[in-house]
Design a protein around this ligand. Structure first.
Ligand code: CTP
Ligand code: CA
Length: 228
């Protein structure tokens, strides 16, 4: 009976959500990171769980509590996040909300880098990180039925986001304007556009929790038997 009462529109659905930044080590005490708070990704995990989904949240370092009712896996680097994502397939839906570092430090040192009087600053060499969203989108028979990415842009938001939808092979892109004036990074509000092959929807500027709830309902609508 408890199981029946707990059922929501996403009961029986397995969801994977990535959230937060990744940290790429320079040495044991330093890293390259970014300003992602994880608020939007965590809110999506929470909203999906509220609708009854079985949610695995894979998060980089954030100052947020693990959402209740969500299996939360903590990682640091993009590579670890990819490993956790692939290790938690199959899933019906994947939402990649993490601000994954595009580059890792290829000459990270095992020991703390020291400065010596008169010596020049060390050069940091970068190498491309794996793309988690693209990898999930191309996962063949393991591909989630619905793969959703975010596009964080500071200019030409729709144009860049549509290019990303095509390039990554995902089904939907949630495009958001993260230019500093919007206060999106770290803030509680988000103004987004939902882009799919069938067109673009402009959502009003609403709280990140409301973006999450609206997206969760859209996901439920898509995944319901006969939904498209
Ligand atoms: N993403 C990912 N793995 C990466 C980079 C990005 O999974 N290594 C995902 C993000 O979680 C997001 C989407 O791809 O859902 C778009 O991320 P974004 O940084 O906006 O796009 P990039 O392709 O990295 O392009 P750029 O940073 O140059 O705009
Ligand atoms: Ca990027």
């Amino acid at each position: 009976i408890e199981g029946l009462l707990a059922k929501g529109p996403l009961a029986g659905i397995k969801a994977l959500v990535t959230s937060g930044p990744t940290f790429e080590p320079i040495d044991p005490v330093r890293f390259i990171g970014n300003r992602s708070s994880g608020k939007q990704g965590h809110a999506i995990a929470t909203a999906l769980a509220r609708l009854g989904a079985d949610v695995t949240l894979i998060t980089g370092p954030v100052r947020l509590a693990d959402p209740s009712g969500v299996r939360t896996i903590h990682v640091e680097t993009a590579r670890e996040m990819l490993g956790a994502a692939l290790g938690n397939l199959p899933a019906d839906v994947a939402v990649c909300a993490a601000a994954v570092a595009d580059w890792t430090v290829s000459n990270a040192s095992k020991e703390k880098r020291k400065k010596y009087p008169g010596a020049p600053p060390p050069a940091i060499e970068l190498a491309a990180n794996p793309d988690i969203l693209a990898t999930l989108s191309e996962a063949g028979s393991a591909r989630p039925r619905l793969v959703i990415g975010f596009a964080a842009e500071t200019e030409k938001v729709l144009e860049h986001a549509k290019a990303k939808l095509a390039r990554k092979g995902c089904d939907w892109i949630v495009a958001n304007d993260v230019s500093p004036a919007t206060g999106t990074f770290g803030g509680d509000f988000n103004s987004v556009h939902l882009i799919s092959a069938s067109g673009t929807e402009d959502w009003p500027r609403i709280a990140k929790a409301d973006v999450a709830e609206r997206l969760a309902w859209r996901i439920a609508d898509f995944l319901k038997p006969g939904g498209a």
